[in-house]
Design a protein around this ligand. Sequence first.
Ligand code: ARG
Length: 568
Amino acid sequence: METFQSLLGRKLSDALAKAGLPEAADVTPATDPRFGDYQTNAALVLAKQRGEKPRDVAEKIIAHLKVSDVSEMPTVAGAGFINFTLRAESIAQKALEILADDRLGVARSTSPKKIVIDFGSPNVAKPMHVGHIRSTVLGDALARIAQFLGHEIVRDNHIGDWGTQFGMVIWGWKNLLDRPALERDPIGEIVRIYKETNERSTSDPTVREACRQELVKLQSGDPKNFSIWKQCVELSMQDFERIYGLLDIHYDIQRSESFYNDRLPNVVERLLKSGIAEISEGAVCVFFRDIPELADKPCIIRKRDGGFNYATTDVATVDYRINDLKSDTIWLVVGAPQILHFKQIFAIARREGYTADFRHITFGSILGEDRKLMKTRSGENVPLRDLLDEAVQRARKIIEKKNPDLSETEKIDIAQKIGIGAVKYYDLSQYRMTDYVFSWDRMLSLQGNTAPYLQNAYVRVRSIFRKAGAPAGKIDKLILREVAEINLAKRLCQFAEVVPQVLNDFRPNILANYLFELANSFHAFYEACPVLKSEEPVRASRLALSELTGRVMLRGLDLLGIKVPEKM
Ligand code: ARG
């Protein structure tokens, strides 16, 4: 099913060809609804190129535009924009088609990719904290959207389960472990021993050396150290799983860093052999002398002591994802501090001849009310599980106030959906690159661009059908007369235009903002147009519009990873 935007775009191309003009610009949604629904600046672009008057060029294009089946007569406004206003009958027709379509009009990609998405990827022996929300929630939404658009997706959790921190964890385990505390709160205790060892090793060189020895023993396969490492990994994984359960996050595979260990010697040998890497001061390095921003930043892939590192693992990870998983596209949803690291990894991959599409998708930080990186009162990172528990508790209070008569099971379920939804949506509704201030009051508000507001719009739709006592019947014509009705139907037709746009620059906030506008359009419709009390055939038509709103809202929120209650 073709969207209005694409249909008008095609008609514009035809008109340009007939007028003997080159392709100049697309049709885009109107920036100001007073002038219409869609616009193009083709005349402006062409006039500039040809030294003609924009209005004359616009008239020439319009003379060849055959759009009367979808749009009123196009108009020229301002400096030479051509504007299109959809005809109510075309909107009604399209909305009816969408109503009959499981995909709500959203086309599958014509060039489906096999995409590995690396997101979340927390580290063992370090708790997941508020900073992990962005990568986890953003990665999950992008995976859902890409999958819906027909791409083949592999969600991979690249857990940091190897590395120098284990020297400290193992030393701490042997010297500082409090067994009962480990039973009570495994992750809390592992983090405590890690931190304490870290502090001791900065002030005491003998501890530092002892930690290094523990690491060497682990890396050379010492059974005792291996078993401690394994316990730490398993305990951390249990903690991650609980959080993923709460967040409803799923991975297809979890190829942790340690998975690549036995591939690392080969990686280094291969890069040395091909001349991509060289030995420099005893270490094996890749230099990027031809890339100005990396010219003085070599990438070490084997340290002087023979150890491999994070970069070596990532080179092996590229191999695995392309050769073993057969992907052609790799998305890494990882914070901005690793920009340089991934530039190096991608440059190495290019030199090795890999042609896959690599994207490092970065994001801004979450700030506390003081506009500094969010921390607890004592200056620690805020553990994610505490934060999510608090979200659910706060949502529960709202429900107790709003709808105290719900049953206990309903309250538990709804509090979870609202609390978790609020945290996710607050993140996804911002442009990913901006820092934002974490605010319970704002994210849980029933007003404004929040999850509870959208969930409430959905609940309102559902309550119409509960009152009606039946689902919307099948209709063969939508009746669009009131402005609010027309606007709502138009909005519903835009869903198919908005969803693919998200992937252009990895911006789920485009979809979030669309859903907010949809909720607003629905509320305006609900105020202006009685549904159940109106006469047939208007009643059936309005029920159908309501149903479609509910379905688009449900699907849209699902693409963002947000669940909706039936009541709240
Ligand atoms: N564990 C890393 C961190 O927390 C993120 C891993 C990202 N993925 C990768 N392939 N390096 O910083």
